[in-house]
Write a protein that binds this ligand. Structure first.
Ligand code: MG
Length: 269
């Protein structure tokens, strides 16, 4: 495996949630604030326990939504009503009201994935950078604006506006065309194997799977979270870094790489 990747990319497509913007941490905070404002915190007892149930319910419903099996409105309401029910505290105000309060708080949260701003600063001006996201349009633009990320992205492609969600090829096709991006020099970076990696791979562009929980690191005896705070000091390759090449429908060969830390992008880009 070469330590220096010689291929030159010109166009980078980032996923937003949990790749750049720390969705998990921000969601935890936003829902807490929303429930507090609705005066529901007292009713639910342990917020941590409630939040774990909510994540479970929300993930399952998002899967159904991605597959087109339920509508956005059902997802929005049911994720809260079901969470309250499973937690043993049926919500009196209705799932829709909780959803509205939660979505109002979400874009005000600004926590980013560690290393995100540093790598975006590095890429700024060197590459054409864009976002491809499956999130809701009423919150995605504000998240980017409030987190002071707007300057880094030439365009933001939101599935609701494009009319297709990752992993469908239409959204990748639309994004690359809009950016005048050649497939060969385009790269998708995201934390969802099913949406970002399979989607980009099947479309026929290289991908980097950002997997913070990757155990590649441990297998190779390295630290779980290497402290690469200053990329100028990096002289050895990251311990958790792997690369595979795959045929794309018998046409061009595309590359899949796995990283467990955004700082590893300094090796590749
Ligand atoms: Mg994501």
């Amino acid at each position: 495996m070469p330590l220096v990747v010689t291929k030159k990319y010109t166009h980078l497509f980032f996923d937003l949630d949990n790749t750049i913007w720390d969705f998990n941490a921000n969601s935890f905070d936003a829902l807490y604030i929303a429930l507090d404002k609705l005066k529901l915190l007292d009713q639910i007892g342990s917020y941590d326990a409630f939040f774990r149930i909510y994540i479970d319910v929300n993930d399952r419903l998002w899967d159904l939504y991605r597959q087109g099996l339920i509508q956005k409105k059902v997802l929005s309401i049911q994720r809260f009503e079901e969470s309250f029910q499973r937690h043993g505290a049926p919500v009196k105000v209705g799932g829709g009201a909780v959803n509205d309060a939660y979505l109002a708080e979400m874009p005000l949260q600004t926590r980013l994935i560690e290393g995100a701003r540093k790598i975006l600063d590095h890429l700024h001006g060197r590459y054409e950078v864009a976002i491809i996201t499956n999130g809701f349009k009423e919150v995605q633009y504000d998240k980017i604006k409030n987190s002071e990320l707007s300057k880094y992205f030439r365009k933001i492609f939101i599935s609701e506006e494009v009319g297709a969600q990752k992993p469908r090829r239409e959204i990748f096709e639309y994004a690359l065309k809009s950016m005048n991006a050649p497939k060969k020099s385009s790269l998708m970076i995201g934390d969802s194997w099913d949406a970002d990696i399979i989607g980009a791979r099947d479309f026929g562009i290289d991908q980097i799977y950002f997997d913070p929980k990757s155990d590649l690191n441990r297998e190779k005896g390295g630290p779980t979270h290497p402290a690469y705070h200053n990329f100028n000091e990096i002289i050895a390759p990251p311990p958790c870094f792997s690369e595979t090449q795959q045929k794309n429908g018998g046409k061009n060969q595309v590359t899949t790489r796995i990283i467990s830390d955004l700082h590893h992008l300094f090796y590749i880009l």
